[in-house]
Design a protein around this ligand. Structure first.
Ligand code: ZN
Ligand code: ZN
Length: 377
């Protein structure tokens, strides 16, 4: 944790709380109790590990004061003063119940983030009010990124691009190296390029392992002719990137070229379908239809993509069963894959931002099966 690092929302946290208040009023809530750490961070900039936030539906300006109260325990008072100088801080170990003390009216809570035991404590703490389920309100706001967030995501993607370029330039995908060595090198290169950490456990899957979408790297050595899938990302200022490339070790066989071309075509169709107003299930279909028409529909075993931001998988889902509609400012992945048990697989994934003019890829590494650096030799 880097408590004094400035958040990427200059003045933006108050704006986000204003937008949340609109949702609270629409939902008929007098206040929202926010208990998820990521949601608290999004609304305030505070990154402590024990916290809760009470956002009052009444406008800050109504009484000339911010009616939002942050709660945390005594370990974090200095950090809270630095990160949220604009908010009153309630110092209590049991943050969420303490924020309800003395309140009345309808208080929403995020039923997706509160345990049954936690709920019992909240009911006890609110004898004169009414607790109401209100899941996903902050997540709805988080799905549409502001300029500072997109900037952080762009940097997180650029860091992953730099790591891959470095790996390929150093001929890092030689036969004999292990999956684990390649994963470690990617992660080290991301840190050198400015990542706080990898945004998730790096996936490196060679040969038959490339048929396993979420394979964990092993000490298996790369061999000539292996398909090699790398799925990785960087964390920059709390924001994640997510990219997958499949390359071949040595010279590709015809079936590998064909499979890669098919998945590349599906990925391109998915990216082209990203536009404000489009249902994400239609984006999934645009890519999936390409793979299904080629006879590999059964081997594309997951959704096309997901939102990316403060969490690696967040709203909106991009899948056949998703109900979301795209808006400008959403950042999503497009990641079709075809997995052939025992032989290998291909997945191509980019992180993109949806704009009024279409989707702009934030991950920019070449998508070639054979890296350019090797082609030239
Ligand atoms: Zn990924
Ligand atoms: Zn992904």
């Amino acid at each position: 944790m880097e408590p004094t690092r400035p958040e990427r929302a200059p003045g933006g946290h108050a704006r986000r709380r204003d937008a949340l208040r609109d949702l609270l009023r629409e939902a008929g809530l007098d206040a929202l109790l926010v208990t998820d750490l990521v949601n608290v961070r999004y609304l305030t900039g505070f990154t402590g590990s024990n916290t809760a936030l009470l956002v009052d539906a009444r406008d800050d300006a109504d009484r000339g004061e911010d009616r939002t109260v942050l709660a945390t325990d005594a370990r974090y008072t200095t950090q809270a003063a630095t990160q949220t100088p604009d908010l009153p801080v309630l110092v209590e170990r049991a943050c969420a119940p303490a924020l309800l003390d003395g309140r009345a009216g309808a208080v929403g809570f995020d039923s997706a983030h509160v345990t049954v035991d936690g709920h019992t404590d909240l009911v006890t703490a609110l004898p004169h009010g009414e607790l109401r389920r209100a899941p996903g309100l902050v997540e709805t706001l988080r799905a549409v990124k502001d300029a500072g967030e997109i900037d952080a995501l762009r940097q997180a993607c650029a860091v992953a691009d730099l790591a891959l370029t470095g790996l390929l330039t150093a001929d890092g995908l030689r036969a004999g190296r292990t999956e684990r060595e390649v994963a470690r090198e990617l992660e080290e290169r991301m840190r050198e390029a400015g990542a706080e950490a990898p945004s998730f456990d790096t996936i490196v899957a060679a040969g038959a392992h490339a048929a396993i979408p979420h394979h964990h790297p092993t000490d298996a050595p790369l061999a000539d002719g292996d398909l090699l899938t790398m799925d990785f990302g960087a964390l920059v200022d709390g924001y994640h990137s997510d990219m997958t490339r499949t390359l071949v070790v040595g010279t590709p066989a015809d079936w590998q070229r064909d499979l890669h071309a098919l998945v590349a075509e599906a990925a391109a169709a998915g990216r082209a379908a990203l536009a404000p107003g489009t249902a994400t299930r239609d984006v999934d279909a645009a890519a999936r239809d390409v793979i299904t028409a080629a006879g590999f529909g059964e081997q594309f075993v997951h959704g096309l993509g997901h939102g990316v931001g403060l969490v690696i998988h967040e709203a909106p889902a991009v899948s056949a069963t998703a109900t979301a509609t795209l808006e400008a400012g959403m950042t999503v992945t497009v990641e079709p894959g075809v997995y052939l048990a025992g032989r290998g697989g291909v997945r191509i994934e980019d992180t993109l931002v949806v704009t009024d003019g279409g989707a702009v890829p934030l991950t920019q590494s070449p998508r070639d099966l054979v890296p350019e650096s090797r082609d030239e030799k």
